[in-house]
Design a protein around this ligand. Structure first.
Ligand code: DAH
Length: 351
C-alpha cells in the first residue's frame, strides 16, 4: 500500500521489510516505530491530525492483516481430495496427497489405554477387546440379572430394531461386563491347568445419558476379571492399588464402600485417593480427598456357574471403571465431552 505522508511511508517500508525476517510476526505490532507514530500524532497541529491518523491506522490494519495471514498459513492443513480415484498400482508419487503422518496423532484415550494395558500385562493379565453390539444374554442374563429385574434399568442404552434368535433386540453394550461370560468360558481351561483366569477388557460402551461435563453417551471402560482357587476381596483391593500406584506413579489409597451389582457378591464402589492434592482437598476431588472410579466385587457364584465354573472350588473378583474419568484425573481435563468432540485444539495438546 502507498502512503501520502512521508513519515508513514518510511515507517511502512521499514516494518514490512522487518516483518519477513520475524519468527513471531505479531511482534511487529509492538514495534517502537509504530509507537513513535502514535506519539507523533499527539503533537501534530489540528489540521494535519485527521489525515495522519487515518494513514497510521491503515498501516496498522495492513500489519494486522499480514500477521493474521501468516497465522492462517500455519494453521491450514493440506487439503485432501476425498473423491480422488486411488489406483494402488501407480507409484507412490502419483498417489493422492493424504495428510502426512506427522500431522496426525494418536487419540489421548488410546495412548492411556495402552499405558493401562501395559501395566496389567506386567501383572500377568491378558487383554480381550469388547464388542460394540451385543445381545440380551451377555448384557443381562449371563450376569445374573433376572428377567424384568429393576436393576436392568440402571443400564439404559440403545437397541436395534433387529432381534436375535430369542426375539430380543440387540444392544449397544452399556458396560464391558458383557464380556465376562465369554472370557470365563474361553479361559476356564486355565483353571484345570492350575493357572488363573486373568483378563482385562477395554471397550467402548454406550448409555442413554443426559449429557454434561461428567456424562457422555459414548465412553470407554476397562473391565477386569481374576479367578482362581482361594481368591478373596483382599486380592481385589491389592490388584487395584498396584495398578493405580503404577499409573499415577505414586502411592494411591483405595476406599471401597458397599454397593449393589447383580453380578458380584459382595459388591463395592471403589474410590482412589486424589492423585492431584494427595488428599489435602482440591476442586478435582470436590474437597473430599477421594475420586470415585468404578465398581467391583467378588464374582457372583451364579455368574461362575453359568459359565461352567464350579463356585465351590473357584472364586474370583471383577471390576469395571470408566477410562475417561481416569484420564481426566491425570491431566486435569474439565469436560468429558472433549474426548468425542474431534476438536483438534484439544487433541493436539496430547500429540
Ligand atoms: N459394569 C459395572 C458398571 O458399569 C461396573 C462393574 C461393577 C464391573 C462390578 C464389574 C464389577 O466387573 O464386578 O456399572
Amino acid at each position: 500500500m502507498s502512503y501520502q505522508n512521508s513519515r508513514i511511508a518510511e515507517t511502512a517500508k521499514i516494518l514490512t521489510e522487518r516483518l519477513s525476517g520475524l519468527e513471531n510476526k505479531a511482534e511487529i505490532l509492538r514495534s517502537i516505530e509504530l509507537k513513535a507514530l502514535f506519539d507523533e500524532l499527539k503533537y501534530l497541529p489540528a489540521d494535519k491530525k485527521a489525515e495522519f491518523g487515518q494513514e497510521m491506522n491503515e498501516l496498522r490494519q495492513e500489519l494486522i492483516a499480514a500477521v493474521k495471514a501468516d497465522q492462517d498459513k500455519d494453521d491450514a492443513l493440506p487439503p485432501i481430495d476425498v473423491t480422488a480415484p486411488f489406483d494402488s498400482n501407480v507409484s507412490q508419487d502419483q498417489h493422492p496427497q493424504l495428510l502426512s503422518s506427522e500431522v496426525g496423532s494418536k487419540h489421548p484415550l488410546m495412548t492411556e489405554i495402552e499405558t493401562v494395558l501395559d501395566i496389567f500385562y506386567r501383572m500377568g493379565f491378558t487383554a480381550v477387546e469388547s464388542r460394540e453390539i451385543d445381545d440380551d444374554f451377555h448384557m443381562f442374563g449371563a450376569l445374573n440379572f433376572p428377567e424384568d429385574h429393576p436393576a436392568r434399568d440402571d443400564y439404559d442404552t440403545f437397541m436395534t430394531t433387529q432381534t436375535d434368535k430369542n426375539g430380543k433386540q440387540f444392544i449397544a453394550p452399556a458396560h464391558t461386563s458383557t464380556m465376562q461370560y465369554r472370557v470365563l468360558q474361553k479361559y476356564k481351561k486355565n483353571l484345570e491347568e492350575c493357572r488363573p483366569i486373568a483378563a482385562v477388557i477395554p471397550g467402548r460402551v454406550f448409555r442413554n445419558e443426559d449429557l454434561d461435563a461428567r456424562h457422555e453417551h459414548t465412553f470407554y471402560q476397562l473391565e477386569g476379571i481374576y479367578v482362581a482357587k482361594g481368591v478373596h476381596a483382599g486380592n481385589l483391593i491389592a490388584t487395584l492399588k498396584t495398578w493405580l500406584n503404577s499409573y499415577f506413579g505414586k502411592e494411591i489409597k483405595i476406599m471401597t464402600q458397599p454397593f449393589y451389582f447383580p453380578f458380584t457378591e459382595p459388591s463395592f464402589e471403589f474410590a482412589a485417593s486424589c492423585a492431584f492434592c494427595d488428599q489435602k482437598g482440591c476442586n478435582i476431588c470436590s474437597q473430599t480427598g477421594w475420586i470415585e472410579l468404578g465398581g467391583c466385587g467378588m464374582i457372583h457364584p451364579n455368574v461362575l456357574r453359568e459359565a461352567g465354573i464350579d463356585p465351590e472350588t473357584y472364586t474370583g473378583f471383577a471390576w469395571g471403571f470408566g477410562i475417561e474419568r481416569l484420564v481426566m484425573l491425570k491431566y486435569n481435563i474439565e469436560d468429558i465431552r472433549h474426548f468425542e468432540s474431534g476438536k483438534l485444539d484439544f487433541l493436539r495438546q496430547f500429540s
